[in-house]
Design a protein around this ligand. Structure first.
Ligand SMILES: [Zn+2]
Length: 346
């Protein structure tokens, strides 16, 4: 057959296929470069290092110190080029919280000025852009307690790691801009005092809450290795098909996401995802496998040095892969088990 072909024709086909291979090769390389360059160890490391440093004095929920974290996150959102909701100028969803001490009903209620940090990236599809995938994490921790030599509760794993994930994803998607659905990036205030920030934002969202396709909330992703394997779980796995959708997108990549234990199902009620789930939104928390029984949790020992930043970097890259069909609008997760008042703890 080749002998019957005109030599010029043959050379054109040869050149064309050479060019096609070259384009494919370049595309493959740039895809690999993209995720590794855009989500780098150095970038992840610099966020977690700052957010868990003593300078922030443990990011106490009602403290002045948490403002340093808020400013850092807003600055990162701005640097990434996230869009600002006019309702939340300068990426700040500010509100006043009135605290009443239940143990001392006589005491004067105290008022605190709090802020969630919020930005978004509009979707590229004219219809799907009205729908949102939310990446969230609480940015506060418990601050300073007692007068021991080290009394700063740095909250490196809880939850400077989750906050770092949200910042890193904001930078990533702002550069790739391949999202058909809109993406909302939010860090919540005062989770440690009863999910106060998320409770406020579900009331003040600038769009109807049923436009949220899914909420992926990050908690404690800095300790995620079990018997040599990198593992994260999703709280309340069976309550929706989000876990299986994400697992499917992961395919045979080395990142693992799995159903947790009974305990991790209870943790479905222990972070900001539950505030959205109570409104009927598919909302789960993604956490590192070793976080549930971490003896350093809520101690001054929850410090930067105990975090595996390399693993965190892999997890954040894994989330990009796991979220592909969500942000492209190909898949829409559904609640499988409505929240029942009888079995589910408040
Ligand atoms: Zn937490």
């Amino acid at each position: 057959m080749p002998n019957t072909m005109h030599p010029t024709k043959r050379s054109i086909i040869f050149r064309a296929s050479f060019v096609a291979v070259l384009i494919l090769f370049t595309a493959l390389c740039s895809k690999r470069d993209k995720i590794e360059d855009l989500i780098s160890f150095e970038q992840v490391d610099s966020h977690i290092r700052f957010l868990s440093s003593d300078e922030l004095k443990g990011r106490g929920s009602f403290s002045e110190d948490v403002r340093l974290a808020e400013d850092y996150i807003a600055e990162q959102f701005k640097g990434a080029g996230l869009e600002v909701f006019s309702e939340f100028p300068a990426y700040r969803h500010e509100f006043t919280y009135t605290y009443r001490n239940r143990r001392d009903p006589e005491a004067e209620p105290q008022k605190f000025e709090l802020a969630n940090i919020v930005g978004y990236l509009e979707g590229r599809d004219p219809q799907l852009k009205d729908e949102y995938v939310v990446f969230g994490a609480h940015h506060d921790h418990v601050g300073i307690r007692g007068d021991a030599e080290d009394n700063i509760y740095n909250g490196a794993n809880d939850n400077a790691t989750g906050t770092t994930a949200v910042i890193t994803l904001a930078h990533y998607y702002a550069k790739t801009r391949n999202n058909k659905r809109s993406l909302l990036f939010v860090t919540f205030a005062a989770e440690e005092r009863g999910m106060i920030g998320s409770r406020q934002i579900v009331k003040d969202l600038p769009f109807p809450i049923d436009k949220i396709a899914a909420v992926i909330n990050f908690e404690m992703i800095g300790k995620s290795r079990e018997e040599g394997e990198l593992l994260c779980y999703l709280t309340g796995w069976d309550r929706s098909d989000l876990g299986s959708i994400m697992q499917e997108s992961l395919g045979d990549s080395p990142y693992w996401l799995r159903k947790g234990s009974e305990l991790t199902d209870r943790l479905f009620f222990a972070s900001d995802n539950i505030t959205f789930a109570r409104e009927g939104v598919v909302a789960h928390t993604l956490a590192g496998i070793k976080s549930t029984n971490d003896p350093l949790m809520h101690t001054p020992g929850d410090e930067y040095e105990t975090i595996d930043v390399d693993d965190m970097t892999q997890i954040i890259r894994g989330v990009v892969k796991a979220s592909e069909t969500l942000i492209s609008g190909e898949r829409t997760p559904e609640m499988l088990e409505p929240l029942s008042t009888r079995n589910d703890r408040p």
